[in-house]
Design a protein around this ligand. Structure first.
Ligand code: SF4
Length: 438
């Protein structure tokens, strides 16, 4: 049986695509997925283009692996957003790469591998495919009790710093029945937690067979009816695509977990405008207030970019003030990274590197302090934890996710992976909780 290794960089959508690539090549060529690339006959790099660091990481890992493999015959394939945006560059900088394919084209991998087998070399498939990749994918193979399902891809928002519209294309939504079928294929394999994925998931507007357009709120209600779905999540939303229905679903859909990832990026309206985010800070806070009113135990996560061109000390202070006002359970924060092909590259008033680094450190210090305090406030609560596996912290300890996405570590007997365990929280830690079986 030929061996496949898939290396994934970046977002959950790339992780989902990597899983589907493995499903596809198992069906088409009998590939068995292996954890060690040194054992593989085919190595696929599924790449991320969001920050320069991610791209450079790709080339250094590619080069290192190629060296370690020596002369052993291996097929190298590079997919994902770097392949889409810089396919020619990949083939030039890594001449041993045999195949480059875009995130919308991986369903064509079997055909591309057959062409390589017939002697063709250095193939590139990044054009917009006429067919949807989902039309040709096999049934998903579940690994564990939680699984992701892509419902929407691409983006029409063109935030000035973002490469996604260029690498993933315009926004499109999968059909309702197609999504429900994939969810059902997963729940019959024992999956109880479904994560609905989209670059702009709350812009979802798929149709059912009757032609009825579903927004995310309506789709969530239909997915919750699929037998076996006990926990439901969705990422990543955009404040400008929030609506009242989506807020209300948090109040009356018991399967919907109390977790909302809503990137805000900055606390300054002037910077939000420069980013092209299409909403004001006040709109953002209003949505968080509404959602917390219908779901008081809601955990709110967000994203921040500091050091955006033109960001003054006052703009940055506005970001810190927003953090103090809202109170975030979790946040991803980054220093602005100018990406080729984005409008932000040409924006005036760049923020000096050291200023950006200092601001990021101050913001992260505040976010970490806030997150620890909010984790400590969970002590004494009792939560159902879906166990992912051994915690790796202490022997005999397990770890998994509470409904609000917090990671929980607790001691327990053997073989708890995939089990829903009721845990009493005994400690709040910087990035997780500790507890004991209740
Ligand atoms: S909403 Fe903005 S940041 Fe998000 S994927 Fe679209 S362009 Fe990128």
């Amino acid at each position: 049986m030929p061996k496949l290794h898939v290396k994934t960089f970046g977002c959950q959508m790339n992780a989902y695509d990597s899983g589907r690539i493995a499903d596809l090549l198992a069906r088409s060529h009998g590939y068995e997925t292996v954890p060690d690339p040194l054992d593989a006959d085919l190595i696929v790099f599924n790449t991320c283009h969001v920050r320069e660091k991610a791209e450079e990481k790709l080339f250094s890992e590619l080069g290192r692996l190629h060296k370690r493999l020596g002369h052993r015959p291996v097929t190298f394939a590079v997919g994902g957003c770097v392949a889409q945006a810089e396919g020619e560059v990949v083939l030039r900088r890594a001449p041993y790469v045999d195949l480059v394919f875009g995130p919308q084209n991986y369903h064509r991998l079997p055909l591309l591998l057959d062409r390589l087998a017939r002697g063709e070399r250095r193939l590139r498939d990044t054009g917009p495919p006429p067919e949807s990749k989902f039309d040709d994918l096999p049934e998903p193979r579940a690994s564990g009790r939680a699984a992701a399902v892509t419902i929407q891809e691409g983006c029409n928002r063109f935030c000035t710093y973002c490469v996604v519209p260029a690498t993933r294309g315009p926004e499109w939504s999968r059909g309702v029945e197609e999504i429900l079928a994939e969810v059902a294929q997963l729940t019959v394999q024992g999956v109880i937690e479904i994560l609905l994925l989209g670059q702009n998931v709350n812009a979802y507007h798929g149709r059912d067979r009757q032609g009825v357009v579903h927004d995310l709120a309506l789709l969530l209600r239909r997915v919750a009816l699929v037998p076996g779905v006990e926990r439901l999540r969705f990422v990543t939303s955009h404040p400008a695509d929030m609506n009242r229905d989506l807020v209300e679903v948090f109040g009356d859909l018991p399967q919907l977990c109390p977790y909302l990832h809503l990137p805000v990026q900055s606390g300054s309206d002037a910077i939000l405008q420069r980013m092209g985010r299409g909403h004001r800070v006040a709109d953002y806070e209003a949505w968080i207030d509404q959602a917390r009113r219908v779901r008081p135990d809601l955990a709110v996560a967000t994203d921040f970019i500091v050091g955006f061109p033109g960001e003054s000390e006052a703009d940055f202070q506005a970001t810190l003030d927003l953090v103090e006002r809202v109170g975030f359970d979790h946040a991803y924060s980054f220093k602005f990274s100018a990406r080729p092909g984005t409008a932000a590259v040409a924006l005036p008033d760049p923020v000096p590197e050291e200023v950006g680094a200092r601001r990021l450190a101050r913001l992260q210090e505040l976010l970490n302090r806030q997150q620890l305090a909010r984790n400590q406030a969970r002590v004494g609560t009792v939560v159902p934890v879906l166990v992912e596996g051994p915690s790796g912290h202490r022997p005999g300890e397990w770890a998994g996710r509470a409904p609000d996405m917090r990671r929980v570590h607790f001691p327990g007997p053997a073989n708890l992976a995939g089990v829903l365990v009721t845990v009493r929280i005994t400690a709040g830690l910087p990035n997780s909780l500790r507890g004991e079986p209740a």
